[in-house]
Design a protein. Structure first.
Length: 229
């Protein structure tokens, strides 16, 4: 059995400068973010015990997200292969540099990121002044993530693949057809923990909706059984 899954975290909060220089003016979508924030970054490593085959769920509230509200926006990206420690640190460092100037509606964004199980990049964020993150702000984040992944040769799992917990505590990513075949072979069952990277709020992550037995998820239909209510 492999060692316990690990997670790297960084948290970032920004404060708008009081000056009235160029950073006070709106910028068009796609324009470089001007320096207008100060940051506090923390990077830690945590581990959790492995209790498989009991369905495993990620930490209800990863430390990196402790300062963010339940309605903070959430993005989850699964990597095609486990990331080593150096790659995880480099990926989070690049995102930290982006968040140093991340804005929405000309207001700073408070954001945080973590990597769970060496496979899932999780980003949560909320505008400091409240409200929703603008489409332009979301696009900026997407570009920052893609740029960081490209620079570090990180590949993402195709969006329609199924992610599930293996018997040794790892994470597998397969096509839906392959998942159905493994269900037919008995390699996966209704009790197999599966992941849902489509979550959009931090509250859903805290409630444990990210990892759950297949029978409690839409994945149940791939097993030929209705999802438990």
């Amino acid at each position: 059995m492999s060692g316990p899954p690990s997670a790297f975290h960084f948290s970032f909060s920004s404060q708008k400068h009081d000056g009235s220089g160029p950073s006070s003016f709106p910028r068009p979508c796609g324009a470089p973010c001007p320096p207008q924030t100060t940051d506090r970054v923390q990077l830690t490593r945590t581990t959790r015990p492995l209790l498989f085959p009991v369905p495993l769920r990620p930490m209800a509230d990863p430390p990196a997200f402790s300062a963010l509200p339940d309605d903070a926006r959430l993005w989850i990206h699964a990597t095609a292969a486990p990331l080593d420690d150096a790659t995880q640190s480099a990926l989070l460092d690049r995102l930290s540099a982006f968040m140093d100037g991340w804005t929405s509606h000309q207001q700073p964004v408070e954001g945080a990121a973590t990597i769970l199980d060496d496979r899932f990049l999780v980003v949560a964020a909320a505008p400091v002044g409240g409200g929703d993150i603008s489409g332009c702000g979301i696009d900026d984040l997407a570009h920052a993530i893609d740029d960081a992944a490209s620079a570090l040769d990180v590949d993402w799992v195709p969006s329609l693949h199924v992610l599930y917990r293996t018997a040794d505590g790892g994470v597998a990513a397969v096509s839906r057809r392959t998942f159905q075949q493994r269900a037919g072979d008995g390699a996966v069952t209704a009790d197999t923990p599966v992941f849902d990277p489509s979550l959009t709020t931090l509250g859903a992550l805290r409630e444990g909706a990210f990892e759950a037995p297949a029978r409690e998820s839409w994945h149940a239909q791939l097993l030929g059984t209705p999802a438990a209510s």
